[in-house]
Each structure stands twice: as structure tokens, then as C-alpha cells.
Write a protein that binds this ligand. Structure first.
Ligand code: SF4
Length: 177
């Protein structure tokens, strides 16, 4: 109970500090820490690794599906293919999404309960303010999703990059079947 109140208090304080233009803590770490235990117990088939399309190579040969997003063919031009291979082997769902709106519909359509998600600071900040972050998960289109987020460490919308090993680490630490 105390943890829950502390968590919700941290989210509220973060939003308030944002509005007032004050220095803020690393809220993604707070959210990851709070959801981690429950996230790790989810069944792997209920968890999706969702990468933003800005990570794909300029010459990406993948086709696009209206229901599943970018259909990576694991061509090795970018790091997405390797993560796809690994996610598939371990039993996770895997998607490359063109937009936040698409991601939300995907979560609902595929009955996803946990997300390993990658985003830039701008999208994270937008999400913190627009989504309802509850103690049971982030509320997305009527479902509650436990998230484990990773920040893009380089991004200018053209040459973006993420800590690929961190995605592997989160996948590895999940204990659900
Ligand atoms: S690895 Fe996948 S996402 Fe990356 S360029 Fe190749 S097909 Fe596209």
C-alpha cells in the first residue's frame, strides 16, 4: 500500500514539476522499477517487444502490414532483425510500429499485457502526460499494460540508436512461461 501511494505520488509530482518547469527525476526508471516484478511474471506470449520505426535502416526492405506494422525480414541492415530473432526464439511477440496511435491499437488487438518499449525523450514526456499511469499498469484503450521502457540514446529522427543489449537483458530476466 505504501509503495503504491509512493509510486502514484511520484507520478503526480513529476507532472506538477513539469508544468512548473522544475527539474524532474528519471520517471522512466521509477515506472520500470514499480512494474518490474509483475512484468517479469507475465507469460512471454503476452509480452511484446515494440520498436519504433525510426530505428530501421534507410534501405529497409521490409513490407508494411496495416495490422502488424513493419514486417522485418531480418536482413541485418539494422539491429531490429537481431532483436526480432531473439524475441521470437524466446516466445515474445515482436513489432515495429509506425506511430504511438498504431501501438495503442496493437496493444488492444493483440491482447498485450506487457510491453518492452523504446521511445525518445519527446515521446516519453508526451506519454507521461497523456496516458493514465496506474498502479496496475498504463491504461491503454481499456487495458492495463505493464511497461519496461528504454530511452533511445541517440535520436534526431534520422539516425537513431538504442542500447540493444538492454532489450536483451529485459527479455532474459523475465521468468514467465
Ligand atoms: S533488419 Fe528488419 S527492420 Fe532492419 S532494415 Fe532489415 S528488414 Fe528492416
Amino acid at each position: 500500500m505504501l509503495n503504491k501511494l509512493k509510486f502514484l505520488g511520484n507520478i503526480y509530482t513529476y507532472k506538477l514539476r513539469s508544468m512548473l518547469g522544475l527539474k524532474r527525476p528519471n520517471i522512466m526508471a521509477t515506472i520500470n522499477d514499480y512494474y518490474r516484478d509483475d512484468f517479469q511474471k507475465l507469460r512471454k506470449e503476452d509480452i511484446a517487444v515494440i520498436l519504433p520505426h525510426c530505428l530501421i535502416d534507410d534501405k529497409c526492405p521490409a513490407k508494411f502490414s496495416k495490422s502488424d506494422g513493419v514486417l522485418c525480414s531480418k536482413c541485418k541492415l539494422c539491429g531490429c532483425g537481431k532483436v526480432f530473432e531473439s524475441a521470437e526464439k524466446k516466445g515474445y511477440q515482436f513489432y515495429i510500429t509506425p506511430s504511438v496511435g498504431f501501438t495503442k491499437r496493437l496493444v488492444q488487438r493483440k491482447n498485450i499485457k506487457g510491453v518492452i518499449g523504446i521511445a525518445c525523450d519527446y515521446e516519453i514526456e508526451k506519454g507521461i502526460h497523456s496516458e493514465k499511469i496506474t498502479d496496475l499498469g498504463v491504461r491503454i484503450n481499456g487495458t492495463r499494460v505493464k511497461t519496461q521502457g528504454i530511452r533511445l540514446h541517440v535520436y534526431d529522427c534520422i539516425k537513431n540508436s538504442v542500447d540493444w543489449d538492454k532489450i536483451e537483458e529485459i527479455m532474459r530476466l523475465s521468468t514467465g512461461h
